[in-house]
Design a protein around this ligand. Structure first.
Ligand code: LMR
Length: 391
């Protein structure tokens, strides 16, 4: 049987991890996978997470199963963190293995409810989106999103393409910190987009993997909250990997907003999908997040550290934009300072990205997406000079 299998194409982000690891150069720079690194190049366990783990070790008395949907306290805490108060009667939710798990379950829910629905993706988007949709044999379409020359949003293109959405189609939106571009809609554009999607009868499907990494924890949820308030049905796949720094614990949530009358049935279907795919979702990370969000002192500690992380990335953005101005003698890369989140797409060719890797030991995704958090004060000027050299 297994002789029928063909090799799978490598994920272009994950492939960089092993390429970087195998590079013997001591001065190599990793701007690939979206993992936060501090000035010393480490991905620290956040202080509040460490404190919660200690408390958990001292107080946990059993490792028996949680519920199929995860711990209700985790789901409730996540709904409140993302949407604010007032959604208990509309929100069905399940804990999932990370943000990818939430996306996968959301897509399965769409397929279960409306097998013919098309899922619309921004061009570009995180490669795992189209990959999972293709794997699930679902129908997929693209909308324009990025103006590669200006490094900003192609809003006219986006509106034109999404005008073709059919009633019942799902439109995948990045709630904040668009991956891979770093370019984000402003409040007026979000409003216009929401009005168009309401008009088209579309279901917004929001991927929220970087809440707190852009403009702030509350600010980064603003678009999601606006959509939640205006649409009868919304899917939200959220990740705790980045904002709680618990990547390997696989902690995420899928929230499906519906009417109070339909909530129990939707909840039952979410639990059913968990059972089909992995039974019970992982608990350790979810429990830490719950402990942090339910304890005022731990919440304050976590928010303070998250804000340090966010500000560090903003400083790196500004310094990189300044250094690129100097190195290239142009304002071509000024958009780096305007972008938000971990990533910016620089607009380099694949050939230029290849030269940066081969000749300068600088690793970024082949579409020229860089992980801003992979930089530090020492490496920013090195990157700027190397980019100027390959232009
Ligand atoms: C990324 O885009 O680098 C992260 O979301 C990690 C991943 O799984 O790709």
């Amino acid at each position: 049987m297994l002789e029928t299998l063909n090799p799978q194409p490598q994920d272009k982000i994950l492939q960089l991890i092993s390429m970087f690891r195998d590079d013997p150069r001591g001065d190599k720079i990793d701007l690939g996978v979206g993992v936060y690194k501090d000035a010393t190049g480490l991905t620290p366990v956040m202080r509040a997470v460490k404190a919660a783990e200690k408390k958990l070790w001292e107080t946990e008395t059993t490792k028996t199963y949680t519920g199929l949907a995860g711990e209700p306290a985790f789901n409730a805490a996540m709904v409140t963190m993302i949407l604010g108060a007032g959604y208990a009667d509309r929100a069905a939710s399940v804990a999932t293995p990370g943000g990818t798990g939430a996306i996968r379950q959301a897509l399965e829910l769409i397929r279960l409810a409306a097998p013919g629905a098309t899922v619309w993706l921004s061009n570009p988007t995180w490669p795992n989106h189209p990959s999972i949709i293709k794997y699930l044999k679902m129908s997929m379409a693209e909308y324009r999103y990025f103006d590669a020359v200006a490094g900003g949003i192609d809003f006219d293109g986006l509106i034109e393409d999404l005008s073709k959405v059919k009633p019942g189609d799902a439109v995948l939106l990045h709630g904040c910190c668009h991956n891979p571009t770093g370019a984000n809609l402003d409040a007026g554009q979000w409003d216009q987009l929401a009005r168009l999607l309401i008009d088209r009868g579309a279901i917004p499907f929001i991927d929220l993997a970087y809440q707190g990494f852009g403009d702030g924890l509350e600010e980064d949820a603003a678009a999601t909250r606006m959509i939640a308030a205006r649409f009868p049905e919304v899917l939200i796949a959220a990740s705790c990997s980045k904002n709680f720094g618990i990547y390997r614990e696989r902690t995420g949530v899928l929230i499906a907003l519906t009417s109070p009358e339909r909530r129990a049935t939707v909840q039952g279907n979410l639990a059913f999908l968990n059972r089909q795919n992995y039974s019970f979702p992982p608990d350790h990370g979810a429990r830490l997040v719950t402990m942090i969000l339910e304890d005022a002192a731990l919440t304050a500690e976590w928010k303070a550290e998250l804000e340090e992380v966010r500000r560090n990335m903003l400083t790196l953005r500004q310094t990189l934009a300044d250094e690129l101005r100097k190195a290239t003698n142009s304002d071509r890369f000024d958009f780096v300072a305007r972008h938000r989140g971990m990533f910016s797409r620089l607009g380099l060719t694949e050939a230029q990205v290849e030269v940066l890797r081969k000749d300068h030991g600088i690793y970024m995704v082949s579409d020229s997406r860089i992980n801003i958090a992979g930089l530090n004060a020492r490496t920013v000027p090195i990157l700027a000079k190397a980019i100027a050299a390959v232009l």
